[in-house]
Write a protein that binds this ligand. Structure first.
Ligand code: AHM
Ligand code: MG
Length: 336
């Protein structure tokens, strides 16, 4: 049986769903960058890439060497091809300008170059998350620099979203708005091969993911919901639930995409200026598009994540995503 590579899948998408050629090229370049990041991650101490870069990002988080390297790999891979009007990343304060010597294109690329940074040095799965938007009002034809406003579009405007997971296998999960496909990196061939077609999140689940150590800081609806999960068969939900927390959103979401579950990073009272930990533009939005495309749901507890009008590039939001029944239940508790 012939194997469907990412390139072939994308060409077939152009034929069946009119995926534009420049979007196809963009996805191929992102995938190539992810292969390079996968290679660097897998070298670990042998590549001298572990440990801190001794710098901080705009959110005051210490950057790891691999955070910085992954960011550079994505920028360098994507800046010259002529398909982008600009980029933005967790690791950069402001929008990245396409250097003047290269042509500009119709799309904006937003990414978390290496998600799950706390797991880098302990050899646990990490990943790259990305989101593709159209540049509004032909902003690519202007000579002046690209401002943050161009990126501030609700998640419903995403034309593509995906993540690469660097685990026992490297996989690329992709949606172009026509379902969710999973590709596994064949290291001998050097190509991503379609191995998981039309991934679907089971509607119901008995597995949840949350950092329980923050329990005392949560809001009432979350305390109530998690309390009911923990009460198990004897509680109001009448069944036992299992818990997993990897602390790499990519790995937690990947598990949910594979066998169901609910992922939660709620707002908490630790820092009132921060409505949750995860960032809307390059974590919550792409993951929400993937989960919705796979038949799941994603809310802040009070609102569908994809409907949020962003107010800034690094905005944070509470996140509840995964199997529909459970996401709807905890969202309902916020309305009660
Ligand atoms: P990062 O982008 O700096 O790695 O932070 C995001 C990560 C998510 O991958 C994960 O779900 C969460 O932070 C874990 O947070 P905590 O350490 O509070 O459990
Ligand atoms: Mg992250």
């Amino acid at each position: 049986m012939s194997r469907v590579t990412l390139s072939r899948y994308l060409i077939e998408q152009t034929r069946s769903n009119n995926t534009p050629a420049d979007l196809r090229f963009l996805i191929e370049v992102v995938a190539r960058a992810c292969k390079e990041i996968s290679h660097a991650v897998s070298k670990g101490a042998l590549g001298g890439v572990l440990g801190s870069a001794e710098s901080e990002n705009i959110q005051g988080e210490v950057q790891k060497k691999l955070d910085v390297l992954s960011n550079e790999i994505l920028l360098e891979a994507n800046e010259w091809g002529g398909h982008l009007a600009g980029m933005a990343s967790e690791e950069m304060d402001n929008a990245y300008q396409i250097p003047g010597k290269y042509p500009k294109g119709a799309y904006l690329l937003v990414f978390d170059p290496l998600d799950g940074s706390s797991n880098i040095d302990v050899n646990v799965s990490v990943g790259t998350i990305f989101s593709v938007l159209r540049c509004p009002n032909q902003c690519f034809s202007q000579n002046d620099s690209l401002g943050e406003e161009a990126f501030l579009q609700p998640g419903t405007e995403q034309v593509a979203a995906g993540y690469a997971i660097y685990g026992p296998q490297t996989m690329l999960i992709l949606t172009l708005g026509h379902g969710v496909m999973g590709f596994t990196l064949d290291r001998e061939l050097g190509s991503f091969v379609l191995t998981h077609e039309h991934l679907q999140v089971p509607q119901s689940t008995a597995e949840f993911a949350i950092n329980m150590s923050n329990q005392r800081h949560w809001e009432e609806p979350v305390k109530r919901y998690v309390g009911e999960l923990l009460a198990g068969k004897e509680g109001p939900l009448g069944k036992n639930y299992n818990m997993r927390w990897i602390a790499s959103m990519v790995a937690d979401v990947h598990r949910i995409l594979t066998r169901g579950g609910i992922f939660m990073y709620p707002r908490d009272a630790r820092d009132p200026s921060m409505p949750g930990k995860l960032r809307l533009m390059y974590e919550a939005n792409p993951m929400s598009m993937i989960i919705e495309q796979a038949g799941g749901a994603a809310t802040t507890g009070t609102q569908r994540i994809l409907d949020i009008q962003p107010s800034s590039l690094h905005q944070r939001v509470p996140v509840f995503l995964g199997s529909k029944e459970e996401v709807e239940r905890v969202t309902g508790y916020h309305q009660a």
